[in-house]
Unconditional design. Structure first.
Length: 336
């Protein structure tokens, strides 16, 4: 462990020969069994690309209110677009941030017999005042998808399975990119930028504005800070990977505390998940690991579904009640 409270892993070790690769896999297994979070360096993401993404985020949030609301998520039945400050909820409480949600660019599904989670498939909303945003997001998504696939192969081998074990059951990835701004707070007590939660999917790669803090991870019942590290992503696993390993890998509670005014904070989480109709099978852990599987944490207020689409829809309906009320009142009522 480092003084940063989270392990630091170097992905490039996978390309430096069998011994280095095995060392990385052992560190990956240990970090996600013990903590569920780590810093990842050596991804191949250039500082130049990070800088362009950062500038694009700043440029979007500097647009006029009318320009941002052109793509407000209440116009999208697929939960895409801009969420104004206070428009999202975690565990029923208001998150103090504004953001854009961007998923795979696909046509909407109009089959009346499609499963409920098919509402998550559809086109994105792009700001007409910022035409450069879409190609940049597509470049970022493509590169981070390769990083995520590399991690999945390393996890599979670290758990005694063939390298393609997770990918074989993944289907076409259902990614989600959020470009987020946390405004500063003048309140004397720390405010909820995002409330405590576990991610509902497989894995998350988080880019944080250099020099900024606010992310906190629960370790041994205590909240510890996870500040930005130059050249590193913060990586954590979600509930589906915990389920696939019977709790050997752990999805961990985390939250974001609002920065102190006049400062704010940009972060860009990238969620890499399987297709909506995919269910990751339970991995057959080797004999030396199986006794250390803790089972899947159960919370009656937050049921975990093995099918990714059901888990994702659950999260979207709860997080964006205004979108749900406008477009999906029937789905909300059915789950009440």
């Amino acid at each position: 462990m480092s003084e940063l409270n989270l392990p630091v892993l170097d992905l490039s070790l996978l390309d430096h020969g069998p011994e280095a690769a095995e060392r990385f896999r052992a560190e990956l297994r240990r970090a996600t069994h013990d903590v569920g979070f780590f810093y990842l360096t050596g991804t191949g993401v250039s500082p130049e690309l990070e800088g362009r993404l950062h500038r694009a985020a700043r440029d979007f949030f500097s647009l006029s209110e009318a320009e941002k609301l052109e793509i407000e998520n209440t116009k999208s039945p697929h939960f895409r677009g801009y969420t104004r400050i206070g428009g999202e909820r975690t565990q029923g409480k208001v998150d103090w941030r504004e953001q854009i949600d961007i998923g795979p660019e696909r046509p909407a599904i109009d089959d009346p017999d499609a499963p409920d989670y098919a509402v998550l498939v559809g086109p994105n909303l792009w700001p007409s005042a910022q035409p450069e945003l879409r190609p940049l997001v597509e470049e970022w998504t493509s590169l981070l998808s390769e990083v995520a696939r590399k991690l999945l192969r390393a996890w599979a081998e670290a758990l005694g399975a063939p390298a393609t074990y997770f990918e074989d059951h993944f289907g076409e990835a259902q990614t989600l990119l959020k470009i987020v701004r946390y405004p500063g707070s003048t309140d004397p007590e720390p405010q909820q930028g995002v409330g405590a939660h576990k991610d509902s999917g497989v894995l998350t790669l988080l880019w944080v504005e250099p020099g900024k803090g606010g992310l906190q991870v629960r370790r041994d019942g205590v909240w510890v800070d996870a500040p930005s590290v130059p050249g590193a992503f913060v990586v954590n696993i979600g509930e589906l990977l915990e389920m696939a390993t019977d709790g050997y890998l752990t999805a961990t509670d985390h939250r974001v505390v609002s920065p102190r005014a006049p400062h704010d904070r940009i972060s860009v989480p990238f969620f890499f998940n399987p297709s909506l109709d995919a269910e990751l099978p339970r991995i057959d852990l080797p004999a030396e690991l199986a006794p250390h599987a803790r089972g899947v944490a159960q919370d009656p207020a937050n049921p975990i579904y093995g099918l990714h689409g059901e888990n994702a829809l659950k999260s979207r309906l709860r997080a964006h009640p205004d979108v749900a009320e406008i477009w999906h009142a029937d789905l909300v009522a059915a789950r009440a």
